[in-house]
Design a protein around this ligand. Structure first.
Ligand SMILES: Nc1nc2c(c(=O)[nH]1)N[C@H]1C(S)=C(S)[C@@H](COP(=O)(O)O)O[C@H]1N2
Ligand SMILES: [Mo]
Length: 355
């Protein structure tokens, strides 16, 4: 029998920084795979912007045939779609790199998912028309501030190549889990870019512009770039789609448990196709056992998996999880090292002691 007091225990976000606010989801302690907004991780580069909702408008300009300014009412009347999307920060699991890499020391919780509702960006662009010389769609956020490496003030702005911007599942969202998007997550409008790391999903959209050249803003050409070489910036390339990845939710690292049968459970996700299988190893990767996958999960969500582990020999064990996706990608043993610590996706590991 559980103590009734235990029902009052609630998981909470873990603080990585307060100014700006960066907090992670208690990924090991969720009883749902649709994250309520108060448990959705926060990732910000600046203080929250000040917006006046009463006269919010969305301008679309630049290389379009007819520049337009949309009101929220107009946007709400357009055909909408609702998609379950996992948003993972490119810095998720950065704290696991050895040697350590500077930046927010995210553990495993810079990831969340839920239902986003909005209008396809392509629907809005059909209304404005697109000039033939347009190459990218630039999305500017309302938040701005100084960087440590530059003198000017910058807004949080990012571009998408035209083909990704025109993908019908790239949406201008106005609801999260059937409620207006909470302010901290981009109210009233935010971009949602399925399959890409979270940096692409610009919050608090101020304006959208079509441009003819590669956008070079610092959140595109300095940050969110893989720098594979320790000595210099050669061979750098931009962070885009999510790697294939998995996280063991239970048990948690360094748990002490009895002999017997334990449910090992977790999630797996990818930015290219779907999860094909998740395998576990309790013997340092000598043998791999297939975990049971939840039946269906939607194109852009994570998949939950479980494995019933019977263990009768006391001792210390490392539980490893390894996901493979339908595009043939598998989690490697060693993380892919890069100077800013993005895209950590090595096989997940949890150590436990059986008594
Ligand atoms: N305007 C704006 N959009 C932004 C950011 C930001 O700082 N400002 N952070 C990005 C990053 S790096 C991530 S991982 C996600 C985080 O979204 P969340 O705070 O709703 O979890 O938003 C992205 N969009
Ligand atoms: Mo991020």
């Amino acid at each position: 029998m559980s103590n009734p007091q235990d029902r009052l225990n609630e998981p909470t976000l873990s603080t990585r920084g307060l100014q700006p606010e960066n907090k992670e989801t208690p990924i090991s302690f969720l009883n749902t795979d649709i994250i309520p907004s108060h448990l959705f991780f926060n990732r910000n580069h600046f203080s929250y912007p000040t917006l006046t909702y009463s006269n919010y408008w969305l301008p679309i300009n630049g290389l379009v045939r007819t520049p337009k300014v949309f009101s929220l009412q107009e946007i709400a009347k357009l055909p909408s779609k609702t998609i379950k999307v996992v948003l993972e920060c490119a810095g998720n699991k950065r704290s696991l790199f050895e040697p350590k890499i500077f930046g927010e020391q995210w553990e495993k919780g810079a990831i969340s998912q839920g239902y986003w509702t909005g209008v396809s960006l392509t629907t809005l662009l059909e209304a404005t028309g697109i000039n033939s010389n347009a190459k990218e769609v630039l999305i500017e956020g309302y938040d701005k501030g100084k960087r440590t490496d530059k003198n000017n003030e910058y807004s949080y702005s990012r571009s998408l190549p035209l083909d990704k911007a025109l993908d019908p599942d790239t949406i201008i969202a106005y609801e999260y889990n059937s409620q207006p998007i909470p302010f901290k997550h981009g109210y009233p409008l935010r971009l949602i870019v399925p399959n890409w790391y979270g940096m692409a999903s610009v919050k608090w959209i101020k304006q959208i512009s079509l441009i003819s050249s590669e956008f070079k803003g610092p959140y595109q050409s300095v940050d969110y770039v893989y720098y594979p070489n320790k000595e210099n910036d050669s061979d750098a390339y931009p962070v885009t789609i999510m790697n294939v990845n998995s996280t063991i939710q239970q048990p948690v690292n360094m748990d002490i448990m009895n002999t017997g049968t334990h449910l090992v459970n977790g999630i797996a996700w990818t930015g290219a196709g779907e999860i094909a299988k998740v395998e576990l190893s309790m013997d340092q990767g000598v043998t791999w056992l297939e975990a049971e996958l939840e039946p269906s999960y939607g194109n852009y969500g994570w998949i939950s998996w479980t494995y019933e582990w019977s263990v009768f020999q006391p001792g210390e064990y490392t539980i490893m999880s390894k996901a493979t996706d339908t595009s043939g990608r598998t989690q490697p043993f060693e993380p892919f090292w890069n100077g800013k610590g993005y895209g950590y996706h090595a096989i997940d590991k949890v150590q436990v002691k059986i008594e």
